[in-house]
Design a binder for this molecule. Structure first.
Ligand SMILES: [Zn+2]
Length: 328
């Protein structure tokens, strides 16, 4: 996810500022980013767990906040169509007026069949952005168009999700957050989900071997995973329920922000480690003692908490943190 955001998406974003990128190239970029996110290579091998459109939503809207290449390109080029609408004093605008528009009204202007491909594409961008100009969407930004505001508008008003502060908490380990994101979207490939997709799978839970493996069973109806949850609960001095854990985290009433973040981090780490243990078990046919899983949760949370040393907090929170770190 970090590489897709920081490298793959950035490679073309420079060109997206200057040119209309042809659709075939945009589709190729999208497929490289998508395949790399899910497979770690540029080759497609199976249907992704989450649709790319949803992946491109901001984190607070349930996605990963990866740039949607096409909309980003349109938002960038939207800057030129805004300049034309505002009759900005640019050499390029003067040239466009002289060659194409010839004093026509930009709002209703349509390119001729002889116009260049680039100019026709810019006119298409204008048609897409027009509603934003008409309704003065950029009014909140003192009437000035910015590609970021344009991009936000193009991505639409997908409703916010309430769970994002828990899943993407500041003390969470990023790879734990990613698996917890799939968990909250119910896209982890548990046996019930594989069964829905017509795959023949041995239905029993790998961890307890007692019941059919469903999302609800694994998190945390299972004897094994609920024991891990009990150990985490008693370590943190709270009682985490074995169903609706994310909802419980959201409703958690604790004054200290750091305490809240530690609890979120532990719940997210536990979801990740249960999933990993289930997968390891499937390959190696042996299950570790729940205490081992709990110790790994402790290890990851303590490591993250160590990085926060020195931040100001109340004496009560400090004492609690020392206890969690096993220092008192
Ligand atoms: Zn089980």
């Amino acid at each position: 996810m970090v590489l897709v955001k920081a490298v793959l998406s950035q490679l073309h974003s420079y060109w997206a500022r200057i040119f209309i990128i042809p659709k075939t190239i945009i589709l190729k970029i999208k497929s490289i980013c998508r395949n790399y996110l899910w497979e770690g290579t540029d080759a497609y091998s199976k249907s992704p767990s989450v649709a790319w459109e949803a992946v491109c939503n901001a984190k607070d809207k349930g996605g990963l906040g990866i740039i949607h290449s096409e909309d980003w390109n349109v938002a960038m080029i939207g800057k030129y169509t805004w300049w034309l609408a505002c009759k900005e004093d640019h050499l390029w605008i003067k040239w466009i007026n002289h060659v194409y528009m010839k004093q026509q009204d930009w709002d209703v202007y349509q390119p001729t069949i002889n116009s260049s491909w680039t100019w026709r594409q810019i006119c298409k961008v204008k048609e897409r952005m027009k509603a934003g100009y008409v309704n003065d969407i950029w009014g909140t930004n003192k009437g000035v168009y910015t590609p970021t505001a344009g991009y936000k508008w193009l991505r639409g008003d997908t409703p916010k999700v309430d769970w994002h502060p828990v899943i993407w908490g500041r003390l969470n380990t990023p790879k734990h957050s990613f698996i917890a994101w799939l968990y909250v979207l119910r896209r982890l490939a548990t046996n019930d989900r594989l069964g829905h997709h017509g795959m023949q799978v041995d239905g029993d839970c790998e961890l307890c071997g007692l019941e059919y493996e469903t999302h609800e069973h694994l998190f945390f109806g299972c004897k094994y995973s609920s024991r891990c949850l009990e150990l985490v609960s008693s370590w943190l001095g709270c009682s985490i329920p074995d169903q609706q854990v994310i909802q419980w985290c959201l409703q958690l009433k604790v004054k200290s922000m750091i305490k809240k973040q530690v609890i979120h981090s532990a719940v997210v780490a536990l979801i990740y480690l249960i999933w990993m243990e289930r997968n390891r078990c499937r390959i190696e046919q042996s299950v570790q003692h729940p205490v081992r899983v709990f110790q790994q949760v402790q290890y990851h949370v303590r490591l993250r908490l160590k990085s926060k040393q020195g931040i100001s907090m109340s004496t009560a929170a400090q004492d609690w943190c020392r206890q969690v770190q096993g220092l008192s």
